[in-house]
Ligand binder design. Structure first.
Ligand SMILES: Cc1ncc(COP(=O)(O)O)c(C=O)c1O
Length: 464
């Protein structure tokens, strides 16, 4: 009997040693994908503790759900001040101003704020005071190799761009890359400047940047179709901006002139449009702003086929700004690591659901109107979600249908709605763009004001 007891104690002892070894391996070496970037050695926190406590203290200020407090915001009586969403005020953003106009201007992608609050632990960063003080990385470049490889991984997961065998250039937002691309594609030795064109309605920056730079090598020439009808095909020194999906109307566009093109894919992500397949253009530009919503981080990238064009773009960035902020690149890396979690499903499902809900509600309001209409959207097969879905563009492109409503922005403004006039997109002022990517408060107020306006048209006053 004693012998059996001794024998079973021995077995128990061996099992317990085996379990301990297995647990230690799991703890220090790490199991599962999420542990890849966790440092195996875990010292107790020292210098980062104070920063973490500060960050959490600010994040804990709720601002009644109608604003946020930030680490770098104003401080009053030693406490960070709430920054309220539009139409809310007071120390805790709890006061809604009655009769406040819904501001649907601008392209701030605040609709993704709640996603990042859900991902607080995965997306937070601790940056020591001595983080990357040099202009350059150890490999003598201005660009993080690790960030570049995550961007390539993201495109291969989403299936929206070919990156194999292509060069990459980082920029201060995609805005900087738009001008770097025009510079790189323009003819240096020609007697006349290259013509910069886009198809109406188009994003205003394509006009304002070349006009500001006033270069001898390129000049803004306006709309592709008018240019085509006034010029012979032999004069093809053109640089055409193709925005797909388009800002303001969400259309998937193609080049009209077939010359040198810059594909602006700021909105080519599964939350705004079904992904039909990877874009395979010579020069494609993307931005973090409309992907993760971090417009304030100012980070964009270009994917470039031609080595000469790539080198000219790098030269532009280096001379204009001595490269991109290393802090920005660190933040972009952290955010993209979250974006590719669950093969992108977590971020894109959240973002798509949010945009879909906004579009469904918006469409039902406009369905009751004959005075106002919005762009038609059609279902397409999305290879990323592997199903047929309706697009959910970032903006509603509103048309005032009544003959007398020539200035649509003015009509909407009288109904307490602020949009961006058609002329800002070189289009007719009978059109106005309304942003659907702002905060939930902004969207709710926009829907309320639209409902009121449409109800007046129908002779009933609805309240929401
Ligand atoms: C079509 C398009 N391209 C580029 C940009 C610029 O984006 P960012 O400079 O934030 O990357 C915007 C911003 O709204 C846009 O709508």
């Amino acid at each position: 009997m004693n012998k059996i007891k001794k024998y079973s104690y021995g077995i128990c002892f061996l099992i317990s040693i085996a379990i301990n070894i297995l647990l230690s391996i799991h703890l220090y070496v790490g199991g599962g994908e999420k542990n890849h970037d966790i440092i195996s050695y875990k010292p107790s926190l020292t210098w980062s503790l104070k920063a973490a406590q500060e960050a959490e203290a600010v994040a804990a200020i709720t601002c009644s759900g109608h604003g946020l407090a930030f680490l770098d915001g104003l401080v009053s009586d030693g406490r960070p001040v709430c920054e309220c969403y539009s139409c809310y005020s007071g120390p805790d953003c709890s006061q809604l101003s009655p009769g406040c106009a819904a501001n649907a201007d601008g392209g701030d992608p605040i609709f993704l704020e709640p996603f990042w609050m859900e991902k607080a632990a995965d997306s937070a960063l601790v940056v020591p005071g001595w983080h990357r003080m040099s202009y350059k990385y150890a490999d003598d470049t201005m660009m993080s190799t690790e960030l570049e490889s995550y961007i390539r991984k993201l495109h291969s997961i989403v299936g929206n761009a070919i990156t194999e065998g292509r060069y990459m250039v980082f920029g201060i937002g995609s805005s900087q890359l738009l001008s770097a691309a025009v510079y790189a594609l323009s003819s240096e030795n020609s007697s006349s400047p290259s013509n910069v064109l886009a198809s109406i309605p188009f994003y205003g920056m394509y006009k304002s940047q070349p006009m500001l730079f006033n270069s001898e090598n390129f000049k803004y020439e306006g709309d592709t179709k008018s240019w085509q009808s006034n010029n012979s095909t032999s004069n093809m020194d053109v640089i055409e901006f193709v925005t797909s999906p388009n800002n303001p109307d969400g259309e998937l566009k193609q080049s009209v002139l077939g010359g040198k093109t810059i594909y602006d894919h700021a909105y080519f992500w599964p939350h705004f449009t079904p992904i039909l397949g990877p874009s395979d253009q010579d020069l494609m530009i993307f931005t973090l702003s409309k992907l993760t919503g971090h417009a304030g981080t100012r980070f964009g990238w270009a994917i470039v086929k031609d080595k000469d064009v790539y080198e000219k773009m790098i030269n532009y960035i280096n001379i204009a700004d001595l490269g991109i902020s290393k802090d920005t690149q660190l933040r972009a890396l952290k955010l993209l690591k979250v974006a590719i979690e669950e093969d992108g499903k977590s971020l894109f499902q959240f973002a798509y659901n949010k945009m879909r809900d906004r579009w469904d509600r918006l469409t039902s309001v406009f369905a009751k109107s004959t005075r106002f209409s919005i762009q038609k959207i059609h279902p397409l097969h999305c290879k990323f979600f592997n199903e047929t879905r309706l697009p959910s563009p970032a903006y509603a492109w509103v048309k005032c249908e009544r003959e007398e409503d020539e200035d649509c922005s003015e009509v909407l403004e009288a109904g307490k709605i602020i949009g961006r006039s058609g002329s800002a997109f070189s289009a007719n002022n009978r059109y106005t763009r309304l942003s659907l990517i702002k905060s939930q408060d902004d969207f709710e107020l926009l829907l309320q004001r639209l409902t009121e306006l449409v109800s007046l048209e129908n002779g009933i006053m609805e309240t929401m």
